[in-house]
Design a protein around this ligand. Sequence first.
Ligand code: NDP
Length: 486
Amino acid sequence: MEIGKMYINGKWVDSGLHKESINPADGSVAGLACEGSPKDVDAAVAAAAAAFPAWSALPVTERANFLFKIANRIEELAEDFALIDTFDNGKPLRDSLGDAYDSAACFRYYAGLIDKPSGGTYLVPDPNTQALTVREPIGVCGQIAPWNYPLMMAAWKIAPCVAAGNCTVFKPSSLTPLSSIKLFELFDELGLPPGVANLVLGSGQTVGRSIAEHPGIDKVVFTGGTDTGREIMRSAAETIKGVGLELGGKSPMIVFGDYDIDTAVDWALFAAFCNQGEVCSAGSRLILDEAIYDPFLEKLAARANAIKLAPGDEEGAEMGPLVSESHMNSVLAKIDAAKKEGAKLICGGDRVYDGKLKNGYFVAPTVFADCAPDMSIVQEEVFGPVLAVQKFKTEDEAVELANGTVFGLAGGVFSNDITRALRVVKKIRAGITWVNSYHPTFSQAPWGGYKQSGIGRELGVYGLEEYTEVKQININLVPGPVGWFK
Ligand code: NDP
């Protein structure tokens, strides 16, 4: 089996230490990847720093051309990328194919954005001074990605970063490194200058920590769990580097009684269970109007039970396995805790071993009803196919329940009364919200959370600005002495 190497300063590097990447659908080996060390991070940072002056000075149209070419190649190879992520992460092919096209769209979006107007001019009290701002790249960025959307998280990070003129030291999750290795093969094929984008493979505790601590890195950007985010902030504090954090959530989907039950059930399934529920913005809490509570739950359980669990490459697979055995065990432990705390299990609740699923890490779509606000299943992120349902009587109560966790990533409101929907969605303390919809995400619109769900935004214009510093320039229009000291 070919060994997936690191890519540092435009060269493929074999650390000599190799790790098997496991296909969670059956425990087989999906690929082999190098395990790097802090020394590899040092080499990557040095390469990125050396590449930065020329890359940031390159005409924006030339930088854009690289990104357009990358977008086109990802699209041409979308099916290859999809298969890699399906075998490495477990997700169904329809999901991983969508991720590949979204990744191409992200590179294309930032290629198109970088020559658009930015900065501003300011009228200041002194008429002889013209103040203006320009945006400049930050320098060397460290980027640490999770395993739930392996290719797409690489695209969300690398595209805006290099578009803005920075150089990157990128680390994918050691659970799912394979599509990032393929992405860097494209960078190599398309002649991206050495050092602009560097790939260091390895675990969070060694390579990730070293990136967060490294004095040569100006900003660290991370997507993953809230506890890891806290650790990264601590590591970054020593060198006062900028941090961008996209963390966990426990996001509410509120359904009012005036909304069509079948349609809302359909969205609730998508909100909670798409991508096996391994989505930071998953609608993992359903906040239901008591007027429709019982019939809604009956339909929800029936449809959740009918979701087709299968290896991701199987025709018609609707939900794949969880990413790893240890993650599956963590999800099952949270399900057990919910049972012990008295949440009412109305479907799922266990691992699924049937037939060809027996060696995979499959968990049945699980719904707990009658959840109290202080239960762990309401308060803690599970990051699996587990939905907690809460009941409300009044609009105020729905809002209070929705905002009743430390998280603030996403939320959805379903109602035919559009003024109510808008009123309620504005009261949800979260960065990404939907009305009569849940999950659709676009490269054009900013992505990120309130409260303990993160710091900063990815995607959109905001996502590009996160990779820039703002410089103030003041021009004296009437040159001459200042005359302060006689
Ligand atoms: P982590 O948040 O720990 O991992 C995300 C990335 O951070 C990986 O590349 C990981 O490396 C790296 N990392 C881990 N520890 C450190 C560290 N100390 N310093 C720098 N980088 C580090 O996710 P887990 O896999 O441990 O999942 C734990 C929980 O996090 C999940 O159950 C879920 O609740 C949440 N999560 C949220 C995600 C989101 O999109 N918001 C995505 C993934 C998880 P490596 O994996 O190679 O060790």
